[in-house]
Design a protein around this ligand. Structure first.
Ligand SMILES: [Cu+2]
Length: 133
């Protein structure tokens, strides 16, 4: 084999190796895109939920069909017990005793519609609407 012919073989082998690595990594990159969670933060203050700790009490929460959400609930109510529940979705944070924080991962349903969220001990007052687009 001439040196030139051997160099061609080595180059071809290198290209095949690079293609194999790209083919292995591509699905990993694609799936990590799909697995990405959107962070949503609710703050509880004076017996009401606030999105990012501000705005209207017990706001309407809007989600996209099928998206993944990491919902963080922070309570700023000392001496109170709160949680966050979407009964139809079987979603609930642990109970937060006094000031504290709980998170829950939510896979939003694939069907558009509306639902209700509430706090178990104060369901009459601490409740709001969820809209799935
Ligand atoms: Cu509550």
């Amino acid at each position: 084999m001439t040196i030139r012919a051997r160099n061609r073989v080595i180059t071809a082998g290198g290209i095949v190796a690079v293609l194999a690595i790209v083919a292995t990594l591509l699905p990993m990159v694609a799936s990590s895109e799909l697995d990405r969670k959107r962070d949503v933060h609710l703050v509880i203050r004076d017996m009401a939920y606030y999105l990012d700790g501000k705005g209207d009490p017990n706001p309407t929460l809007e989600f996209r069909r099928g998206e993944r959400v990491r919902l963080k609930v922070t309570s700023d109510d000392p001496g109170m017990e709160h949680d966050f529940v979407v009964k139809n979705w079987k979603v609930a944070t642990k109970s937060i005793q006094g000031r504290g924080e709980e998170s829950v991962n939510i896979r939003i349903p694939k069907r558009a519609g509306t639902d209700t969220y509430f706090c178990t001990p104060h369901a009459a007052k601490m409740r709001g609407t969820i809209v799935v687009h």
